[in-house]
Design a protein around this ligand. Structure first.
Ligand code: PLP
Length: 433
């Protein structure tokens, strides 16, 4: 046991053994390498692993479709007609919302558009959208096209808030300062909950409060925050939000997304929206009049357009119930320990080769550390892949590591850091083993 790496590995193994949430790893299928060893999967921020039970969720629907056909709308084991209603409880608690505030429908970018149709209403001098940077491409396209949709030039309509020179993340005071500065021209403030690139978690509560002070609608893209942070969307007073469920939500590629609309808008029939039959009051949804009048269902469900896509919604049953069982607060607590351990391991390498661009205060980040690699980042990713470690490389030089609290372990982080250390030694010519 003279080798410090060996004794620190034992420490990681002990942490795992004593972790009350460690058991949830067994609920997931961990992919293996060619020799059958489990991969170390740090890409839960991109596509979460499959809960074992999701397999049965989907096959049950295939069976019911095969055996029941149209009768499945009412007689399937989980009837398709009210399918979205079965996520009301767990789907809302995932993001700290009331059941009336959340609906699962469409996909993330589509939901952003549907919600902006209601909450981005540029008028006279108030036409602009303030957003964080770097902004995810799909969000940029969505925001710019919303401006164009209203006959505006994106360059005139967008205020993209960038970190200060030489910094990677936004400062809270700069965010609030920008809202104050542009308050008379802003029609919308649209932020990420957690920035996809830097991993920075924004102070949602203070941004929401400042927006409310100035009467500016505040929307969130929670792609990297849902199932990651312990969100309080209702308490914080956010106007609307959307998130995908295939990242930390573990609901499968292209799975149906979430949408949140605050309760204070739940009964407002005057809000402009892009409507469809599923958003109509269920009592009159099927009325086949020549000129049916749209009566919005109360709450977030009133933003639905189409009947639910059952196969891409089925896995939400297992995944959301795992979150409900573990509890978001407990998961977040474990997540902070895992991410803190990852940061500590990377820093302990002591090489100028690796620069962490994610904030080091635990409340200012989620389950992700973004590391700038000053050596050959692509080569590092290949070495990691050779060691059975799945990571995500963002050109030019950032590798994103997301230890997710439902299935990653301290030992996996330890093994990751060992590869990093070895690589730094080789590249800086410090020899080593
Ligand atoms: C993952 C992600 C998306 C993906 O959008 P889809 O509509 O689900 O394809 C959009 N925005 C952000 C910030 C993301 O991280």
């Amino acid at each position: 046991m003279g080798d410090p790496r060996e004794s620190s590995r034992q420490d990681a193994i002990d942490r795992d053994a004593n972790d009350p949430l460690g058991v949830f790893r067994q609920r997931f299928h961990i992919p293996t390498d060619a020799s059958g060893d489990p991969l170390i999967y740090f890409c839960g921020n991109s596509l979460g692993l499959m809960p074992e039970a999701a397999f049965d969720d989907v096959t049950a629907e295939l069976e019911d479709w095969r055996d029941l056909a149209v009768a499945g709308h009412l007689q399937a084991r989980r009837p398709w007609l009210p399918y979205h209603e079965s996520f009301r409880q767990h789907g809302a608690s995932l993001v700290g919302a009331k059941p009336i505030e959340v609906v699962y429908m469409n996909t993330l970018t589509a939901n952003l558009h549907f919600l902006m149709a209601s909450f981005y209403r540029p008028e006279s001098k108030r036409i602009k959208i303030l957003c964080d940077s770097p902004c995810f491409p799909s969000d940029s396209y969505a925001l710019q096209s919303q401006a164009r949709w209203h006959g505006l030039e994106p360059l005139d309509a967008m205020v993209v808030l960038k970190p200060r020179e030489g910094e990677h993340c936004l400062r809270d005071e700069d965010i609030l300062g920008a809202i104050d500065e542009h308050r008379n021209e802003l029609a919308l403030v649209m932020f990420a909950g957690v920035n996809y690139y830097t991993g920075q978690a924004y102070d949602i509560k203070s941004i929401a409060a400042r927006c409310q002070e100035h009467g500016i609608p505040f929307g969130l893209d929670l792609a990297h925050a849902a199932g990651n942070l312990d969100l309080e969307l209702h308490e914080d007073g956010v106007d609307f939000a959307a998130w995908c469920t295939y990242k930390y939500g573990n609901s499968g590629p292209g799975a149906v997304a979430g949408a949140f609309v605050h309760e204070r808008h739940a009964h407002n029939q005057e809000l402009v929206r892009l409507a469809g039959w599923w958003g109509n009051d269920p009592a009159t949804r099927f009325q086949m009049d020549e000129n049916p009048e749209f009566i919005a269902q109360e709450g977030a469900e009133g933003w639905q357009v189409s009947n639910p896509p059952i196969f891409s919604m089925a896995p939400l049953h297992s995944s959301l119930s795992i979150f409900a069982e573990a509890g978001m607060a407990a998961l977040r607590e474990r997540s902070m320990r895992l991410t803190g351990y990852l940061e500590q391991q990377v820093k302990a390498i002591g090489s100028s080769h690796y620069q962490i661009i994610t904030p080091s205060e635990p409340h200012r980040r989620g389950a992700q550390i973004s590391i700038r690699v000053l050596g050959d980042g692509q080569a590092l990713q290949s070495s990691l892949a050779d060691a059975g470690i799945v990571t995500d490389f963002r050109p030019p030089d950032v590798i994103r590591i997301a230890p997710t609290p439902l299935y990653n372990t301290f030992d996996e982080i330890h093994r990751f850091a060992a590869v990093l250390e070895q690589k730094a030694r080789v590249e800086t010519g410090q020899g080593g083993d």
